[in-house]
Ligand binder design. Structure first.
Ligand code: MG
Length: 412
């Protein structure tokens, strides 16, 4: 075969609960690859810049191209949106290589440990529904009829908002999701409540801890002992306050407590992990093997959660899983992506021996099941690992256009 070339890298952004940023790599030999990158302000401009850098290069040289992209963008630092951009492109390159060789991605990585990947449902908080822009500001796309009024930066706690985050709302949501067949449910605990005193000092008073634990008590009562539960704190609390919260949550036997403290101090995280009666999970803000090295070597968490649309590539995710496996730590990847990124994560999760569960964050997005001709993917709380060549995702472009973010090109 004569040398093949990348001819273009294009993007489309779907305005869903987050900006679903799709990447298409085009070649001069009839194949195109599809990937997805975790949102960031200005992300598509970075992807297009890397696309110019890739033009004329051999798309089948996936790993060398990833190294070359990181080297070219090294002045932008070892974290952040360059990682998001490279990750989205890397998935699309694997998709091209897989199609070229007639093999699904998991075969390129040496085989799969399972035929189905267990999915856990992120239930957010009760009845509340969020669509957030790239700076995490609430927005209301046409498809979102909920008109939830919580603006995290405004800190307003109207009665309507407290209803959306009430124990009853949590219990109802848990029941709905368990009925769909999910066996792990995750809820937010950094939510509006009547007892927050200060939005900055990371403290949790006794009443607030009781209120938050009561939310999980309502969930446990609604779903019974057979469904696993987890809770996410989005880096909100101080170390000792987090431990007190974990102690209050202990009776509900959570699978994990996620990101109780800010993500960037491994000594503090290890302190929490060592004193928490609930297993601690973190990792969605870290980049690359080097970003995870200290967390894993110090065993600062019980469960490692890289985001496979952000971490530096699907194969980087596999290497991080391998490092975690040195300490017998399970992997539960973070995932807020569209069906495209989710399917990419499914291939990687199938190849991780220490895989626990993959997140699904789009239960309230009404067009989730329409974006791929392969349908909604999720059946009874799991996704079958595809056998189609490459990624195995066929976009319904009409749906992408219908929900496209204004001002962004659609693969143009
Ligand atoms: Mg999280």
């Amino acid at each position: 075969m004569t040398k093949v070339k990348i001819t273009n890298v294009r993007t489309a952004v779907v305005e869903a609960n987050f900006d679903w940023t799709l990447v298409r790599v085009e070649t001069d030999f009839g194949l195109t690859g599809l990937g997805e990158a975790f949102f960031a302000p200005g992300l598509t401009a970075t992807i297009h810049s890397l696309g110019e850098f890739l033009k004329g290069k051999d798309p089948l040289q996936v790993e060398p191209l990833v190294r070359n992209m990181f080297a070219a963008a090294s002045a932008a630092g070892g974290a952040g949106q360059v990682f998001h951009a490279v990750t989205g492109i890397e998935t699309a390159l694997w998709d091209i290589l897989g199609q070229h060789l007639g093999a699904p991605l998991w075969k390129l990585w040496g085989g799969k440990y399972r035929d189905k990947v267990r999915i856990y449902a992120d239930c957010h908080g009760g009845d509340a529904l969020e669509s957030l822009d790239a700076l995490l500001q609430p927005r209301h796309p046409d498809w979102d009829q909920s008109h939830s009024q919580w603006n995290p930066s405004a800190g307003s706690h109207s009665e309507r908002i407290l209803e959306e985050y009430s124990p009853k709302a949590y219990a109802d949501k848990a029941q709905r999701m368990a009925e769909q067949g999910f066996t792990i449910l995750k809820f937010d605990l950094d939510v509006p409540n009547p007892y927050t005193v200060d939005g900055y000092n990371r403290s949790l008073g006794r009443q607030e801890i009781e209120y938050l634990a009561g939310l999980m008590a309502a969930v446990r009562e609604a779903v019974g002992p057979k469904v696993e539960l987890a809770a996410d704190c989005h880096w909100k609390f101080a170390p000792d306050d987090s431990i007190h919260l974990a102690e209050a949550l202990q009776p509900y036997r959570l699978l994990w407590l996620e990101d109780p403290i800010p993500p960037d101090n491994m000594d503090a995280l290890k302190f929490v992990r060592d004193h928490s009666p609930v297993p601690i999970l973190s990792g969605e803000n870290l980049y690359g093997r080097q970003g995870f090295r200290q967390m894993i070597e110090q065993q600062a968490v019980a469960i490692v959660a890289p985001d496979l649309q952000k971490v530096g590539g699907l194969s980087e995710g596999l290497r991080i899983a391998e490092l975690a496996d040195l300490y017998y730590m399970p992997i539960a990847p973070h995932n807020i992506s569209s069906p495209v990124g989710t399917l990419a994560s499914v291939h990687a999760c199938a190849c991780m021996p220490n895989f626990l569960a993959l997140e699904w964050h789009a239960s309230e997005v009404p067009f989730w099941g329409e974006m791929l001709t392969e349908g909604s993917l999720i059946k009874n709380g799991s996704i079958e690992v595809p056998n189609r060549p490459g990624l195995g995702a066929t976009l319904n472009e009409e749906v992408v256009r219908r929900y496209a973010k204004s001002g962004e090109p659609v693969f143009a």
